[in-house]
Write a protein that binds this ligand. Structure first.
Ligand code: ADP
Ligand code: ADP
Length: 228
């Protein structure tokens, strides 16, 4: 199985001006890969992630993931895709401040609230012993681990990370990447990471470089340095 972008364009209209955030991009990646999206600010990285995550729709072109053509889904189906198949991780964690680590994961688990599953993901991110702490009692790296636990609790096939280490120092960033690598190996999750950090990109299986809404380089990282 693969992820395909086929001639994908995303326009933003601003009055009578049309801005091309993505300009006819095409690429293929394999399911199960960790893919880095790099490029200068404003080059379209978040737009690419949002389209793949079903948060927004392409203006034209097709996006195929997990056998689904996202452009052909109804709004309702797209919401279902996003809820069932996609986990999101953000730069500033977006945790709910008055809930504990456990509760932050629990609210994302929604319906089949299964305390074993919540403990399992907290264990996987190495925070089971801190599950009753509130976000402000945790370090930045630990808060990001909680947000990763929250993102994976519904076992998404796709994990989308927008600058997940942007607010962390080098050592903590590397630990977060080790965790992302472990999730990729254990759960076979396909992972896309937007990053400015070249050493993080060098640890990914594939690197897509954007500039001004176009792909200027896509390379399979055969000399990948595993984060360990
Ligand atoms: P990056 O993540 O690489 O910084 P983005 O994908 O966020 O880039 O944005 C690409 C371009 O699209 C930027 O120039 C940005 O200003 C523009 N853009 C993004 N979202 C919107 C929007 N909702 N409305 C108008 N322009 C947008
Ligand atoms: P809810 O179940 O609360 O209605 P949504 O369906 O709106 O949630 O969102 C599903 C996922 O998309 C959530 O993980 C949420 O964090 C993420 N999300 C929603 N809106 C945005 C946004 N504007 N930017 C980034 N992520 C978003």
């Amino acid at each position: 199985m693969s992820i395909q972008f086929i001639g994908v364009t995303k326009e933003y209209k601003n009055g009578s001006n049309i801005f091309l955030a993505l300009n006819n991009i095409s690429f293929e990646a394999k399911e199960g890969e960790i893919v880095a999206i790099v490029g200068p600010s404003g080059s379209g990285k978040s737009t690419l992630l949002n389209l793949l995550g079903g948060l927004d729709r392409a203006t034209s072109g097709e996006i195929i993931f997990d056998g689904l053509n996202l452009s052909a889904l109804s709004d309702k189906e797209l919401t279902k895709y996003r809820r069932d198949k996609v986990g999101f991780v953000f730069q500033f964690y977006n945790l709910i401040p008055n809930l504990t680590a456990y509760e932050n994961v629990e609210v994302a688990a929604e319906l089949n609230k299964n305390s074993l599953k919540i403990d399992e993901v907290l264990e996987a991110v190495g925070l089971l012993d801190k599950k009753d702490k509130f976000p402000q009692e945790l370090s930045g790296g630990e808060q990001q681990r909680v947000s990763i636990a929250r993102a994976i609790v519904k076992s998404p096939k796709l994990l989308l990370c927008d600058e997940p280490t942007g607010a962390l120092d080098y050592k903590t960033s590397k630990e977060v990447l080790e965790l992302i690598d472990k999730i990729n190996q254990i759960y076979k999750t396909t992972i896309f990471i937007v990053t400015h950090n070249t050493s993080i990109a060098s640890m990914c299986h594939r690197i897509i470089r954007l500039r001004s809404g176009q792909i200027i380089e896509i390379k399979e990282n055969i000399n990948r340095i595993s984060p360990k």
